[in-house]
Each structure stands twice: as structure tokens, then as C-alpha cells.
Design a protein around this ligand. Structure first.
Ligand code: ATP
Ligand code: MG
Length: 414
């Protein structure tokens, strides 16, 4: 894409009302637009980034047998009343509204209820199980705190997967697989080394849930990390008893601030019982389905990546997440030798199918470099006077700052 065609502009100053580093940088770089506190729009560069994150998650969910669907945002009050999650006294973050034809509705905060009901139409025998279904969908939560930029939105994207199993053994086998898939997601997203499986409160059906917590000073959670075992315990369940159950040694734990990137939960029969999701087992007996839920916030993960990897000059995207792999920066002006050379390299890269953002604007070098640092593509390829004379280009690694000279052929082989 030619940067001269990109409608978004960068800005030098962070918006005054934005305290979170992730939102400050993403707004400055023109990736997102703040609509209201906790509500953001995703502009072309932001959407490309988000779509890459979504794609990583989709691949990993498909690899463990997930089937993608998408449910409605508008929720059925009657359904949620049956599980006792409609009442504001029970769930305090609903956005509710009403139909002109009468009756109330709410914007989905999560989707256990509707998916469980859908499954009652499709699951009747043990042969129909297990089933794993997931979606990417905007959730709506009337969050009180909105100081974390895109890490805590009132409207935000969630990947929510739900598992439906015939018994605990089938559930546990998938739960373990989901943990591995989650760890692959965070590794591919560039935050694997800072993300820990963290034991948190579990609810009625299991002692613990598992959170995937990324170490960050911007985090709202406190966790205790065992670096060697790569495990952590959330402060909410931190006690001598918990540690001995988990085989963790208090002496080895380090207190850290962290942000929850994802979590997985054993739901047992919490939703299948009240909503009548049952199956007939091998002996002909009717049993409730065992459920689990597995969430990741792709928009929150985008914020976490910014918080974790950005530096004082701007965004730093890992390869798999970057909206473009290369930022081709021409120091020429329209029609001169430099810009002809840059045009040719741009065409070559495009022909190869490489994602490249091409700064073809007639702007000063200093301004282009500052913008390039702010936008954060993994590699910057500079086409300058030298390139015309020698046929080589400066290739700058955004994360490490390492500069290499490469020929056209070497760049095309990268
Ligand atoms: P938190 O503890 O941070 O409030 P949660 O436990 O309520 O989150 P879940 O309901 O399990 O979160 O949602 C699954 C995932 O969705 C979370 O792990 C997180 O990545 C993401 N998420 C939750 N709330 C938000 C939000 N307000 N903005 C952005 N992402 C969110
Ligand atoms: Mg949580």
C-alpha cells in the first residue's frame, strides 16, 4: 500500500485524555480512533493488525478441532433469566435496551447461554460429543474502569470457544489441549516469554480456572510467578494451602503486575442443567453435557503487545502481527532516480506477495523516519541516494535497531 493513499495521519502529541500507553501510541500512529472512554474504532492499519491476531487465534482453534460460527449480539432476556444471569443484581455490567414491539433485550456480555441453547438442537447422543465451537464477536460490558485503553473496552472483541463433552475425562483432555493452543497463540503474538499460566478462582466445578497473564506494569492484576515452572498464582487465590496443592514453593515466587490475556474455565453443568442440554450415553441414560469456556480478547491482546514491545520511538510489531512486514521508505521526490528505484522495488515486493507499506510521500527524511518508527513495521527498507549509486538498500530491524545493507535480490529473498 502506498502511504500517500492512506487516509490516516500520524500525530506528534498523544491525546490529553488518554492515560494508557497502548491507546496513546495507537491513536498517535493512526491505528485506532477513540469514540468515547473505553470505546474505540479500528482504522485501516489497526484493522490489519487485529485481523492478523484473529488469524493466529483462528488457526490455533481450528488445529484443536474448533468450529467457527457467529452468534447474535442481541440477547434473549428469557434465556438469560433461566440461568439467573439477567438480573442486574447478579450481573452488573449489562447494556440493556428494549424493543419497540415491547420487551427487553441486552447486548451480549458473553455467550454461554445462546450457544448452549443452539446445541440442544444438535446434540442428543454421546456420538455427537465432543463439540468445540467458537466465534469472534464484539462483546459489550458496562465497565466502570476505562483507563487501560483497548485493554479494557466497553465494546471489545472476544474469541470465545465453548467445549461440550460427555464426561470429565473428555473435558479434561480438551482442556489440556486448549492450554497448549493458548500458549502457542501468545508465543506467535510475540508475548510468549512474558505470559504465564496462572491459577485463579475456579467456581463450583473445579478448584481453579487458568488465566494467561502477561507481565506488565500496566496490568490490573497481581500474580506470583514461579519463573522456573513458568506458572503463576493470582493474588485472589494466593494462600499457603493453594501453594501446597499446586506444588509451588513460596520462596521461589515473585510478585508481579500482570494483565489477563485469556482464560479457560470448567463450567461443568452450570449451563447445561438449567437449559436442558442433555445427551443419551452408551447405556441409554440421559446425562447433562459437561461444558468449558475459553476466552481471549484479540483487541486486549493487541494492547498487550503494544504495552510489552513498544519503545520510546513508537510501536514495535512482531512479524506475525504486523500490518505490513516492510516499511519501504523512499527519500526521493516524485520523478527522480531515487523514487523510480523505490517504485521498482515496491512493484517487485508486491509481485512476490509481500505485505509492504510504501512511504512514497514528498516529505523530509527526518519526518519519514520518525513516522516509520512510530508505525512500527518489523523492517524498514530505505531507498536513498546511495541506493541509486550502489544498488544496495539499508534494512533496519525495528526491534533491535540492527542495520544491514542488502541488494534487491537479497531483499526479495528475505
Ligand atoms: P477481566 O478479569 O480482565 O475483567 P474477565 O475475567 O471478565 O476479564 P472474560 O469474561 O473471561 O474476562 O473474557 C475473556 C477474555 O476477554 C479476557 O481474558 C480478556 O482477554 C478479554 N476481555 C475481557 N474483558 C475485556 C474488556 N473489557 N476489554 C477488552 N478485552 C476484554
Ligand atoms: Mg478475569
Amino acid at each position: 500500500m502506498r502511504q500517500s493513499q492512506l487516509f490516516t495521519k500520524t500525530r506528534r502529541e498523544a491525546p490529553a485524555d488518554e492515560v494508557a500507553k497502548n491507546a496513546q501510541l495507537l491513536v498517535r500512529a493512526g491505528y485506532i480512533h477513540k469514540e468515547m472512554a473505553g470505546v474505540y474504532s479500528y482504522l485501516p492499519l489497526g484493522l490489519r493488525t487485529l485481523n492478523r491476531i484473529i488469524q493466529i487465534i483462528r488457526e490455533e482453534m481450528d488445529a484443536i478441532g474448533g468450529q467457527e460460527l457467529v452468534m447474535s449480539a442481541l440477547q434473549d432476556k428469557e434465556l438469560w433469566s433461566r440461568t439467573d444471569r439477567w438480573d442486574d443484581a447478579k450481573v452488573d455490567n449489562w447494556f440493556k435496551t428494549s424493543f419497540k414491539s415491547g420487551g427487553e433485550t441486552g447486548l451480549g456480555i458473553t455467550h454461554e447461554e445462546p450457544l448452549t441453547r443452539i446445541m440442544t438442537d444438535h446434540v442428543s447422543s454421546y456420538r455427537d460429543l465432543p463439540v468445540y465451537a467458537y466465534q469472534f464477536q464484539n462483546k459489550f460490558r458496562n465497565e466502570l474502569r476505562a483507563k487501560s485503553g483497548i485493554m479494557r473496552g466497553k465494546e471489545f472483541l472476544m474469541k470465545d470457544l465453548y467445549s461440550f463433552s460427555k464426561d470429565d475425562a473428555q473435558h479434561d483432555a480438551f482442556y489440556a489441549k486448549a492450554r497448549e493452543a493458548y500458549l502457542r497463540v501468545f508465543a506467535r503474538a510475540g508475548v510468549g516469554d512474558k505470559t504465564y499460566v496462572t491459577f485463579a478462582s475456579g467456581g463450583i466445578f473445579s478448584e481453579f480456572s487458568e488465566e494467561f497473564q502477561t507481565i506488565s506494569d500496566a496490568g490490573e492484576d497481581t500474580i506470583y510467578v514461579d519463573e522456573e515452572k513458568r506458572l503463576a498464582v493470582n493474588a485472589e487465590v494466593y494462600s499457603g494451602e493453594t501453594l501446597s496443592k499446586l506444588g509451588l514453593d513460596k520462596e521461589k515466587l515473585v510478585e508481579k503486575k500482570a494483565i489477563e490475556a485469556g482464560n479457560t474455565f470448567n463450567l461443568g453443568t452450570r449451563f447445561s442443567e438449567p437449559l436442558g442440554l442433555t445427551y443419551t450415553d452408551e447405556t441409554g441414560a440421559k446425562k447433562p453435557v459437561i461444558m468449558g469456556c475459553y476466552g481471549i480478547g484479540p483487541t486486549r491482546l493487541m494492547g498487550i503487545i503494544v504495552e510489552t514491545l513498544a519503545d520510546e520511538k513508537g510501536l514495535v510489531w512482531p512479524m506475525e502481527v504486523a500490518p505490513f512486514k516492510y516499511h519501504l521508505v523512499s527519500l526521493g521526490h516524485e520523478g527522480d532516480e531515487i523514487s523510480k528505484l523505490a517504485d521498482a522495488l515496491y512493484d517487485d515486493l508486491k509481485k512476490k506477495g509481500v505485505d509492504v507499506l510504501y512511504d512514497d510521500r514528498n516529505a523530509r527524511a527526518g519526518e519519514k523516519f520518525a513516522d516509520s518508527d512510530l508505525l512500527g513495521m518489523p523492517y524498514r527498507i530505505v531507498v536513498g541516494k546511495d541506493s541509486v549509486a550502489t544498488g544496495s538498500f539499508e534494512v533496519v530491524n525495528r526491534a533491535t535497531g540492527v542495520v544491514e545493507k542488502k541488494s534487491r535480490a537479497e531483499i526479495l529473498a528475505m
